[in-house]
Design a binder for this molecule. Sequence first.
Ligand SMILES: *[C@@H]1O[C@H](CO)[C@@H](O)[C@H](O)[C@H]1NC(C)=O
Ligand SMILES: *[C@@H]1O[C@H](CO)[C@@H](O)[C@H](O)[C@H]1NC(C)=O
Ligand SMILES: *[C@@H]1O[C@H](CO)[C@@H](O)[C@H](O)[C@H]1NC(C)=O
Ligand SMILES: *[C@@H]1O[C@H](CO)[C@@H](O)[C@H](O)[C@H]1NC(C)=O
Ligand SMILES: *[C@@H]1O[C@H](CO)[C@@H](O)[C@H](O)[C@H]1NC(C)=O
Ligand SMILES: *[C@@H]1O[C@H](CO)[C@@H](O)[C@H](O)[C@H]1NC(C)=O
Length: 724
Amino acid sequence: MKCFNLIHVFITLFILGVVRATTVYNPIIWADVPDPDIIRVDDTYYMVSTTMFFNPGAPIMKSKDLVSWKICNYVYDKLADGDVQNLARGQHDYSHGQWATSLRYHKGTFYVFFGSYGTNKSYIFKTKDIENGPWTRTELGGMYHDASMIFDDDGRNYLVYGAGGEIRIKEFNSEMTDFKRGGADKILFRTNLSGLAGEGSHVQKINNYYYIFIIAWPNGKGRIEICYRSKDILGNYESRTVLDSGVGSYGSGVAQGGIVDTPEGKWYGLLFQDHGSVGRIPVLVPVNWQSDWPMMGVNGRAPVTFQIDGDFKTTKLAKSDDFNYSSNDELDLVWQWNHNPDNSAWSVTEREGWLRLKNKYVVSELLRARNTLTMRTEGPACTSIVKMDTSKMKVGDYAGLSAFQFKYGNVGVYVADNGEKRVYMATNGGNEINNSRNYIEQETRMSGNEIYLKLEFRFNNVGNDGSASNNIDRVNFYYSYDGDKWTKIGKELGMTYDLTLFTGYRSALYSYPTKSTGGYVDFDYIKYTREKWNQGTLPDDADDDIKPQPIEPDENGYYFHNTFEEDEDTWTGRHTASIQVSQKAAYAGKSSLYCYKREYNWTGAQRTLSPKMFKPGETYSFSVVVRYDEGPASQNFYLTLQYENGTDEVQYDKISIESVKKGEWTQLANANYKIPANAYDMYFYVETEEGEDSFYVDEAIGAVAGTAIPGPGSSGELNYKSFF
Ligand SMILES: *[C@@H]1O[C@H](CO)[C@@H](O)[C@H](O)[C@H]1NC(C)=O
Ligand SMILES: *[C@@H]1O[C@H](CO)[C@@H](O)[C@H](O)[C@H]1NC(C)=O
Ligand SMILES: *[C@@H]1O[C@H](CO)[C@@H](O)[C@H](O)[C@H]1NC(C)=O
Ligand SMILES: *[C@@H]1O[C@H](CO)[C@@H](O)[C@H](O)[C@H]1NC(C)=O
Ligand SMILES: *[C@@H]1O[C@H](CO)[C@@H](O)[C@H](O)[C@H]1NC(C)=O
Ligand SMILES: *[C@@H]1O[C@H](CO)[C@@H](O)[C@H](O)[C@H]1NC(C)=O
């Protein structure tokens, strides 16, 4: 199509007002964002949700399209400063803190209201600038459960709240500084339902009706969204179930939330669904009005996919961070501390480009520790990696990376009484907060001071229709000394959404002392990746993934050169095979790598190929030399690449094949090997066509394409080209 025609089509579409429709998947956000309360101000949507005991608290998220959301602010840094909020003297605020919150905009001011079981108080926060603050706050005595504010046209303001199926109303004064003396204060209705009889109110006035949306979970049913309506705010409510649906094959009912209209006049409900250990995740449902009832979903179902007008980006509520900050105040908004942090016990500036967590409070285990820094996990699966410097840890200090909930799993380092550093994986050995204990599932001696730690979460799989499988909810734990070669440690942890904390699992960076204060650890970065979900049609402008620092080849053009003179140079035995440095044979220098205890032809010796050096689709030169001393007079050796490329199968490709004569060093080389497109998780290994004879490997080299790597040469009988 000619350029002119293209412009013409765009102009025509523009004039006709035709807007591109984009397919959206539910959940719109696959992360713990419970109790969303949404409003629109001009062309911008804002919502508030619940993060309980994490600080700063009451996150405000912002969107232009209803689908892609960004945290733009928090309502408070500290809700209170007592032992409960500071994890002091055996107290805690788990499962309490900030509860379901109401957000409203009225005559140029944003209002936030919520109650806290931890303080037995409720709070009204106000600001003119929701994205930057400042917020002023008013405290009210007592906890108002799941409350919702409404500013009526006649200048009167109310709070609708309650639980157990009894929904009440109470009138505010006109300044919104307290309840009004002698104002309305009554029960609006009782649902008379069994089970979870009704709570989670969202009140809105639309045209001539007051609508109150609530959640209920009657015995024998799923969670449902019920709408009550009346033309008189104070009475005579009638009701209808407006949604009774899971999402696709995931049955848990979608409920609790309000509705919002687009500038073009379309209506949507924003509710949430309980989704196992990842937490409670937001679901967007189209609303169609039937006789002034806001019926939700498509044909009564919360759709797995549907179309919205316009484009959107993807939502990121967790991200990589290289801790390059010039001030502690700049910490990215995805981070929240477990309870109130002690701001004198952490820093991103004392060591440039690192997060320092300092041990100021001696505690017994993680749930008691202050200054644990957390971010959400995301479904269907995600991975967090940190690099940690342990050189300033003291005896009795524990530090690392946690899959954080009541039933936590921690991978980290502790310092034993004899001063030895131990890598460990631990779970919670208790069944209450007050008997929680660090139960070490596996440990091993640590070498050096720097270590990489990794969590691999899998919450669900996604079917072809986009719907989530039943919960998988598993996390695995790994450590590494180079960030490339990982060792699994401890056990796979089955994760549960435990009401003891009442939040989804998080990735958490921690450091705490059990014996004496004064130690600390530094984290260089967290690298976060997730399985793609609800990918936007617009490019993601948040450039927050850490680019791996590319490793440059040396003056010979070598990216790596393993000589096996001192150690195994990151090589490992495949499956049953063992390896060790041996001086019984050497092609160059004094030793080589001996591979033995092989049980199959494919159990040989391997190393990883780092994506920092080797890029998919690009060409490189590879070489190893091999020899064997026992077995047949000659046999075929293979230099093989194992990799994944996004399909279900692990892939294998031959880099070089040679016939090797017994007792003769032979080179397996390919000066122009192209790494397959999309390859990742690459292993580079030596195997044999048959048998399980032990062999030696020496001078393993990866270099820039075309590099002629010196070696004994091949037997000349077989080579890569004649084979393929
Ligand atoms: C919470 O506060 C309310 C109102 O001030 C009071 O009546 C109630 O007794 C308090 N509850 C607790 C558990 O302290
Ligand atoms: C609930 O029961 C009360 C008292 O029995 C009754 O007055 C009220 O109408 C009932 N509410 C509903 C929604 O059925
Ligand atoms: C972060 O800081 C390191 C040095 O500490 C620097 O090399 C790197 O370029 C910085 N990264 C960014 C994104 O600024
Ligand atoms: C631990 O907490 C439980 C429940 O909160 C309580 O019943 C129990 O008495 C507590 N135990 C101790 C030793 O404090
Ligand atoms: C993965 O590799 C296989 C085998 O070479 C190939 O058929 C497939 O197309 C590859 N898939 C991707 C996504 O590159
Ligand atoms: C190893 O042996 C199996 C079974 O005999 C065979 O299928 C496979 O091709 C062999 N591997 C190599 C690298 O030749």
